[in-house]
Design a protein around this ligand. Structure first.
Ligand code: PMP
Ligand code: GLN
Length: 386
């Protein structure tokens, strides 16, 4: 019964794989969520907010104190001054920020450029807006995923209203270098398009690599919506507190759509996140170091089993090629894996469309789990070794 434009997006791969993981009591290295809590003071701040009676709707744009904390963080991270009332909007996760931006700013039949492989909600959201998706792609160059600039140029046209940029990049773990972002920015300026920049993994970069936001490139602050989320920053994916910052007229369009998606998010959780953004920056940078160690742990395990790997420098994810283990169909293999060996991973297939032939042989493993859990996954994966 689902409408035609959403029929291809009926069940997310994350829901499907997590369901299989639960059913088979498998270690879930599929869906990206950590297995430890965020800072105790954040949880206490949210609990206190509930006990102290902050249990009704917050302002439409989000709890004022949180918007203030986001504006301060924005200044510290990007040097951009954003007004907490007109240029900051709190959303129900980054997911709602993305959806609000696309539905609120892209006309029917406008084009939206995405870069394959892409996070799955982009395609569904573009479909909801009745817009047209145009795909560019990444390429593997010297063992790293980079933007294929030619494909990006080919994807842009005078009908392009927006490009969705994602760095650090899900699913590949790539951190796009400044030069790639400059190419995207040049096309945005040439075609008068906006950038919807999904930066939910902005704190999770490794090996000393720094995250660059496209909003900081010349001419882009005026045409970029920068999206982030407490979920990945503070180990609270279940709280669904996200936000978007940008110029007032782009925030206004996003807010218009957002008002009728969720109206508002959860007051006490937003208060908890405000507390953490102000007081737990140390915790946030420690998370980066521990995540890098876990990336290295899982990379060693997967290499030992016999996968070919592309080790990125950001996010929660490693890209693995299971073909050396005799796998010919990665998508169905991922659906069998939880039942067969008690480990779950997600295939790249749902993240690609136009360039499906190039990347569908790959799978994504999440490493945002406790070291002992990764070690147990390693023991189970060992049965795949040839
Ligand atoms: N964008 C990317 C690239 C993601 O990986 C995720 C999942 N955290 C989201 C958006 C959605 O974030 P949230 O859970 O805050 O809605
Ligand atoms: N962002 C997380 C991932 O990529 C989970 C998203 C989801 O379940 N929708 O695994």
């Amino acid at each position: 019964m689902t409408v035609r434009r959403l029929a291809p997006h009926s069940t997310t791969i994350f829901a499907e794989v997590s369901h299989l993981a639960t059913r088979h009591d498998a270690i879930n290295l599929g869906q990206g969520f950590p297995d430890t809590d965020g800072p105790a003071s954040m949880i206490e701040a949210a609990a206190r907010a509930m006990r102290e009676g902050h249990n009704q709707y917050p302002p439409g744009a989000g709890v004022t104190d949180l918007r203030h904390a986001i504006a301060e963080l924005e200044l510290a991270r990007t040097g951009l001054v954003r007004d907490r009332d007109s240029e900051v909007l709190v959303t129900v996760g980054a997911t709602e920020a993305i959806a609000g931006a696309v539905v609120g700013l892209v006309e029917n039949d406008d084009e939206v450029v995405v870069i394959e492989p892409f996070y799955d909600s982009y395609a569904a959201t573009i479909a909801m807006a009745g817009a047209v998706r145009k795909s560019a792609r990444v390429v593997l160059s010297d063992g790293r995923f980079r933007l294929d600039v030619d494909s990006l140029r080919a994807a842009f046209s005078p009908r392009a209203r927006a490009v969705i940029v994602n760095t650090p990049h899900n699913p590949t773990g790539a951190v796009l270098p400044r030069e790639d972002l400059e190419e995207i920015a040049a096309l945005c300026l040439q075609f008068d398009a906006i950038a919807i920049s999904d930066e939910v993994y902005e704190n999770l970069t490794f090996d000393g690599v720094r995250h660059v936001s496209i909003a900081t490139l010349p001419g882009m602050a005026e045409r970029t919506l920068r999206i982030s989320s407490a979920g990945k920053m503070l180990n609270c994916t279940g709280w669904k507190v996200g936000w978007v910052t940008g110029p007032a007229e782009l925030i206004a369009g996003t807010r218009t759509a957002k008002q009728y998606m969720s109206f508002t998010g959860a007051t006490p959780l937003q208060m908890g996140v405000a507390h953490a953004l102000r007081n737990e920056q140390e915790w946030i940078s420690t998370l980066r170091h521990s995540m890098q160690a876990r990336r290295d742990q899982l990379a060693e395990i997967l290499t030992g089993v016999g996968f070919d790997l592309v080790v990125g420098q950001g996010t929660y994810f490693l890209t693995a090629d299971p073909r050396p283990l005799g796998v010919t169909d990665a998508a169905s293999w991922c659906l069998e894996l939880p039942g067969e060996i008690g480990v779950a991973a997600v295939p790249f297939a749902p993240f690609v469309e136009e360039f499906a032939d190039e990347w569908s042989h790959l799978v994504r493993f999440a490493f945002c789990k406790r070291p002992e859990v990764l070690a147990e996954a390693g023991r189970r994966l060992q049965s795949l070794a040839r």
